[in-house]
Design a protein around this ligand. Structure first.
Ligand code: NAD
Length: 484
């Protein structure tokens, strides 16, 4: 299979926060990969901008080291790494002051696409937007990319939207959610809307329930103080899990076109019923074999912040009436595994003698660590001795299907940045989507705060608090095992 790489138009991409963790770990290594893939035209320029007192040579060295640290040796070509780094520029800039802005204005070309990635704290978004405008750096065709967290509740999200809207149109604002850049997430849409096989079954008549899991093995480590102000609900559910739920539950858009897709996602969020308190389990990981507990990591031994959430929700519309969506996310769990699992109903009538086992088709869409899809199908167990049934997987792992070309599948960040340059907002969250998601999440968090809710503890490396399993069992169902 030959992969097609179409170079994008020439651009100036400024990465504010270009010396930060995200820029070094994800953004610049991702851009290097697009450079190697031949997607960047010669005239493209990448400019790091941050408060750090560096010159361009120092920045090139920093990014050279970052590429060595975050891209495996087998995927690196030293000549290309050096060529890529030679093209980088750097400007020391103060988002809140005047330092560096004249230099930036002199550097940015007005006749190519200008993209400005705000990889800084959200408290700087307004100042950056304003200065880009005041110094005549941005124009009507410029794009800004903003990172999560987009607010911590509805009010702050509205404020951020308003601040950005003072200087940029909605069509220029790219709110990034890297889950949407994953190959399988887009494949979910292809599977649903480019095949006749699934869509007729994609409803309450044939689907028993859906599970969406994003499990991590890492704890909050060094970011404990920051995380403690947020928690799993704000950090994962409001954005990533909600986006996955939307893509799973949405109606077919009339076209695969940004506003058509985002209109359908918005309808899903607006259809979500409020969640009953007994349909949510919050958790915190406990100390384990010398490793600190969540509370120790957070630096607050009385912290009530959730490092785990499991919940049951309902999309109140004709298609999904009565079908529960179970969401689950947490840190320090058994494995690093993110997946969407669609569990179909049992056949309405048992033709074969019951063997005591429940046989159901299950479609699982794996997002992490190995992207791929798997559909379990019930067949006859081979051999004589009657009609025994077994479930076998129809497997489609991208690595196997695409062979040598699997490496050509871009990672989420690189794909999304190229979409920004192409001006394609389909995989970015619109302002009203983000606000609608907060409108649904806010009352849940406010309920916890009002009740002084204390999270349940769970063992490091486990499946989460036992209450999460009990919640499922009450419904006569079981969570899929958290395993990669
Ligand atoms: P970081 O603290 O490592 O880096 C912050 C960057 O901002 C540095 O380059 C710093 O020089 C710059 N900066 C700070 N104040 C500035 C100012 N006044 N003017 C100009 N530059 C200034 O942060 P990070 O981890 O890279 O995160 C950046 C943003 O991305 C944050 O909003 C974060 O929430 C978000 N994010 C980070 C990750 C991640 O994995 N690191 C993941 C998702 C989202």
């Amino acid at each position: 299979m030959v992969s097609r790489v179409i170079p994008v138009e020439p651009f100036d991409l400024v990465i504010f926060g270009g010396t930060g963790d995200l820029a070094r770990r994800k953004i610049l290594p991702g851009l290097y990969r697009r450079f190697v893939a031949g997607q960047m035209p010669k005239e493209a320029r990448i400019i790091g901008a941050a408060r750090s007192d560096l010159d361009t040579a120092g920045y090139r060295k920093m990014i050279h080291e970052a590429i060595h640290e975050f891209i495996a040796e087998k995927d690196r070509d030293e000549t290309l790494v050096q060529e890529f780094c030679k093209g980088l520029e750097y400007v020391t800039i103060d988002a809140m002051g005047e330092g560096g802005w004249k230099e930036m204005a002199a550097l940015i070309r007005q006749d190519v696409i200008g993209a400005f990635y705000f990889s800084v704290a959200p408290s700087l978004f307004g100042a950056l937007a304003e200065r880009l405008h005041l110094h005549g750096i941005s124009n009507d065709t410029s794009r800004i990319v903003v990172e999560k967290p987009f607010g911590r509740d509805l009010e702050t999200a509205r404020e951020l939207n308003a601040v950005l809207a003072e200087h940029f149109e909605e069509s220029q604002i790219y709110r990034i959610d890297h889950y949407l850049g994953k190959e399988t997430v887009q494949n979910l849409m292809a599977v649903r809307f480019a095949n006749v096989l699934f869509e007729p079954l994609w409803n309450a008549q044939y689907i028993d329930h859906i599970q969406i899991t994003a499990a991590e093995t890492v704890g909050v480590g060094g970011r404990g103080g920051y995380y403690d102000k947020s928690g799993a609900m704000r950090d994962m559910v409001q954005n990533h899990l909600m986006q996955l739920l939307c893509l799973t539950a949405m109606e077919p858009p009339s076209k695969f076109e940004p506003n058509a897709v985002r209109d359908e996602k918005l309808k899903v969020i607006r259809s979500l019923e409020p969640v009953e308190p007994h349909h949510i389990v919050r958790g915190q990981y406990d100390a384990h074999e010398g490793e600190p507990s969540y509370r120790e990591d957070a630096g607050d031994l009385k912290s009530r912040t959730d490092s785990f959430v499991a919940m049951k929700c309902h999309v109140a519309n004709w298609r999904w009436a009565g079908v529960p969506f179970y969401l689950r996310t947490g840190k320090k769990l058994a494995d690093r595994a993110s997946e969407i699992v669609v569990v179909f109903k049992e056949p309405p009538h048992h033709v074969f003698d019951a063997d005591g086992k429940v046989h159901r088709n299950v479609l699982s869409i794996k997002l992490q660590p190995n992207e791929g899809m798997n559909l379990s199908v019930t067949i006859k167990e081979p051999g004589p001795g009657g009609m025994r049934l077994m479930d076998v997987p129809l497997d489609m792992s991208f690595a196997e299907t695409l062979g040598d070309n699997a490496d050509a599948v871009p990672e989420a960040y690189e794909r999304l940045i190229m979409d920004v340059i192409r001006g394609n907002q389909t995989l970015f969250m619109r302002g009203d989507e983000v606000e609608a998601a907060w409108s649904w999440v806010d009352p849940i968090i406010q309920g916890w705060e009002a009740r002084n809710d204390v999270p349940k503890t769970y063992d490091v490396g486990s499946q989460g608090p036992t209450d999460a399993e009990t919640m499922m069992r009450r419904d006569g169902r079981e969570w899929m095992d958290i395993k990669a």
